[in-house]
Write a protein that binds this ligand. Sequence first.
Ligand SMILES: [Zn+2]
Length: 353
Amino acid sequence: MTSSSVNACLEAARKADAPIMIQFSSGGAQFYAGKGLDNKDYTAAIAGAVSGAYHVRAMAEQYGVPVVLHTDHCAKKLLPWMDGMLAASERYYKMHGEPLFSSHMLDLSEEPLEENIDICVEYMERMAKMDMLLEMELGITGGEEDGVNNEDANQEDLYTKPEEVWAVTKALMKVPNAKFTIAAAFGNVHGVYAPGNVKLTPKILKNSQAYISEQLGMPQGSMPVSFVFHGGSGSDINDIRESIGYGVIKMNIDTDTQWSYWDGIRAYEKENRDYLQGQIGNPEGADKPNKKYYDPRMPIRAAEKACAKRLMQAFEDLKCVGVLGLGDSKEPSNVLASSVYREAGARKGALPV
Ligand SMILES: [Zn+2]
């Protein structure tokens, strides 16, 4: 949602020695552009996402971590947002031979299945030409996120059927150079609720893998489908690990990182409350200045640290720690200063030179 939250993600990825996916929702992209800007025809959400993409590209290289740059739920009414971002990637691809974004999600799960598939195929064709990945949604993720409320969704819609996964796979496989993932519903919800309210059934993913393997004539135990786990916040580690075992390659975590970012600010304010009530005057004296406490960078940095800490747990849950092989990073460092990274083939900046 801001360059600060992006930096917290990059900092955590470097510390975990792991790759990361950073994604913008339409609301988050609009926020990146500034809520004071008119968002008619999603122009602010398009510009905000593009701005965020450039920020991620410029900074990922400095942190030395690979990033999959993605955007979140795009419902039918948000397709103009997607079109704007794809146009930006097409321009970028013409100049640099790669798309600006790595990947986008289309969420047409509210539409009839046939229409969902037709629109996905249409976009897959456009995206495959730029080597982009498409994430599509089947079934409904419950809960509430980014203004979309599925808290009263039909229980049956919270669980995807293997036949639906096959219908999507069959259609998208026909597109040349297609790479896609499926956000299948297995009882997952956006948001964090009191224990007992969310019943995850990762076996649904296993059943789909078995069904599709059979259709494709693949041996038993194959995992032809790459799944995405929405609503990872507040999930039990056993459900996370089980779903990874059934072919989940991406887990979204939003609510918990939101909380951690806020919790950093909350704790900072609590600790320094007496120094934050005016520009001058604190427990050390009525004439003492408070500038170094109320400088907004102080609470924001506290938020970044708390958020990076929560992300470290996610890297561990998802078995991602140490996978890049860059070694420990106790202190932040600029990779462009290190010959190790240059000799390892790091580019001189992810932005075009
Ligand atoms: Zn989601």
